[in-house]
Design a protein around this ligand. Structure first.
Ligand SMILES: NC(=O)c1ccc[n+]([C@@H]2O[C@H](COP(=O)([O-])OP(=O)(O)OC[C@H]3O[C@@H](n4cnc5c(N)ncnc54)[C@H](OP(=O)(O)O)[C@@H]3O)[C@@H](O)[C@H]2O)c1
Length: 331
């Protein structure tokens, strides 16, 4: 690939910074690099391949000559600026929820549904982070034995709520050392020494927006519009990496040994499943890794045929920046 003129919108955020790391690590052919954020960060400099690059505020003309832009600045910014970028001829990979359920916009995990990218109209959506980790494990099981239903509980790191939530965890832990409870500013509850069953806002039916994404985006990516997905999303005091406890109901029997083999071979996954040696996926092992780890694989005690397992993956990496760069590579 020849060097491309690229931009990152939201470059100073948790995903934006990780994206810069992934672009350098994968040797993505970056020619001209434009970094955008809000006016608060204009003038800040971010390192990329040993050089400091100035951050600019978004404005009219920002996308002139930009071939490819990653949007990692939230849904409101994407709704306003992604159409402007596309109109300027820029191909946009959007990490926000703004366009994920738009039938005109491909929603893609390269290891699962790469063909969905064909015929894109300049805008491609990167799925929700918990959903990316989940579908990587669901896909090989579905191909082998047919998925009927999924029950998933997530254990989500604070970085999923952005860079300010990471700082809130650090400050909360420091306050806990002094015997104090820090009043939350970004997250809905104190996070140090706590877990709470709320990831983003509640909807009228009592589910949260994150739980809704796990249902609708999983259906779309797997092309299973009737799939039943029951999700409970929980925030935990972990800086990086989401974990998920998953139970699947299957159409056809699949032994634990056969499932282990499938998951061990599946692209994007690594099997970490040796209970006798207390080996199973954990955030402190998987932080900064490209692969998603699967373990604790066993027969379901509720669904027959069915399986239960645990997975952990770096949601800033494969759940956001890496998947977004892989999409650009495919494009
Ligand atoms: N964190 C994750 O694990 C994760 C995973 C998958 C997808 N995502 C999605 O990725 C996006 C970014 O998430 P994040 O966690 O990186 O958030 P973040 O740490 O809060 O960063 C937000 C970024 O957006 C910029 N921004 C905010 N308002 C802006 C505006 N009006 N114009 C231009 N730039 C603006 C911020 O710039 P300033 O520094 O100037 O404020 C910052 O660079 C969100 O849509 C999120 O849903 C996040």
């Amino acid at each position: 690939m020849s060097p491309r003129s690229v931009a990152i919108v939201g470059a100073t955020g948790a995903v934006g910074r990780d994206l810069l790391h992934v672009l350098a690590a994968r040797g993505f052919p970056v020619g001209r690099l434009r970094l955008f954020a809000s006016v608060r960060s204009a003038g800040e400099r971010l390192p990329f391949r040993g050089e400091a690059h100035a951050v600019e505020a978004l404005g009219p003309g920002s996308f002139r000559g930009v071939e490819l832009a990653w949007f990692v600045a939230g849904a409101a910014v994407s709704r306003e600026w992604a159409p402007i970028a596309v109109a300027a001829g820029t191909v946009v990979v959007d990490n926000s929820s703004a366009f994920r359920l738009d039938p005109e916009v491909p929603l893609v995990v390269p290891e699962v549904n790469p063909a969905a990218l064909r015929g894109h109209r300049g805008l491609v959506a990167n799925p929700n982070c918990s959903t990316i980790l989940l579908v990587l494990a669901l896909w090989p099981l579905h191909v082998a034995a047919g998925l009927r239903a999924v029950v998933v509980s997530t254990y989500q790191a604070v970085s999923g709520a952005g860079g300010r939530a990471m700082q809130e965890l650090r400050d909360g832990l420091a306050a806990a050392q002094r015997g104090e409870v820090l009043a939350p500013q970004v997250l809905p509850q104190p996070i140090a020494g706590n877990v709470f069953p709320q990831v983003f806002d509640f909807q009228p039916d009592g589910t949260t927006r994150e739980e809704d994404k796990l249902l609708h985006e999983t259906r779309r990516i797997l092309d299973l519009p009737e799939l039943r997905v029951e999700a409970t999303c929980v925030r935990v005091p972990v800086e990086r990496c989401h974990s998920e406890a998953v139970t699947v109901s299957l159409e056809r029997a699949l032994s634990v040994a056969a499932a282990r083999e499938l998951l061990a071979r599946a692209p994007g996954l690594t099997l970490c499943d040796d209970p006798a040696r207390q080996h199973y996926p954990m955030p402190i092992v998987m932080a900064g890794c490209d692969l998603v780890a699967v373990g604790r694989l066993r027969e379901s005690r509720v669904f027959a045929p069915g399986l239960t397992f645990w997975l952990t993956g770096d949601q800033l990496r494969k759940g956001a920046s890496l998947n977004a760069v892989q999409l650009a590579e495919l494009l």
